[in-house]
Write a protein that binds this ligand. Structure first.
Ligand code: ATP
Length: 140
């Protein structure tokens, strides 16, 4: 079943995630502060918007509570990532996934209400290590 996703932060992680979801036929909007990034993904997502995800009015106007999943793919700016998760849960977004750069960052994201926290660098490192040690195991 196709779903509605919003991806906040179109860096390397967020943009690949958004495109993969869109290419499978889902409705995907991208949101980023950076005008050039938003322009670059305008034609390869359902829609892309220039907005600061820590601003309540902008997030409200995008109607994010009606999306099935919102992914916060902001990493480096930890303050913005945390504030964005707080705001999305206040706006009653049903399922918020957030990217964490460190264990501490992840703990805070969980505390402020993230439904799922992902650690892309850590998880990719672990997966690669397993694949190198067990090359015959097929991953799903
Ligand atoms: P990645 O590791 O995924 O490549 P990155 O290193 O390019 O990410 P990050 O700092 O993790 O950069 O931020 C990802 C994206 O989030 C950037 O494109 C940045 O412009 C965007 N971003 C940061 N803060 C906000 C915000 N408050 N609102 C919207 N977008 C934001």
């Amino acid at each position: 079943m196709k779903k509605q996703y919003a991806v906040i932060g179109l860096g390397r992680f967020g943009s690949h995630l958004a495109r993969a979801l869109y290419d499978e036929g889902n409705e995907v909007i991208g949101i980023d502060l950076n005008e050039e990034k938003v322009e670059a993904y305008q034609d390869s997502l359902s829609q892309a918007f220039i907005a600061d995800s820590t601003e309540e009015a902008s997030m409200k106007s995008l109607g994010l509570r009606n999306f099935d999943v919102v992914i916060v793919a902001i990493g480096d700016d930890m303050e913005s990532s945390i504030l964005t998760v707080v705001l999305l849960k206040e706006l009653e977004v049903p399922y918020v996934v957030a990217k964490a750069l460190s264990k501490r960052h992840g703990l805070v994201l969980t505390k402020v209400g993230a439904d799922q926290v992902v650690f892309p660098e850590r998880d990719m490192g672990l997966r690669l290590a397993k694949r190198l040690m067990h090359p015959n195991i097929i991953e799903h």
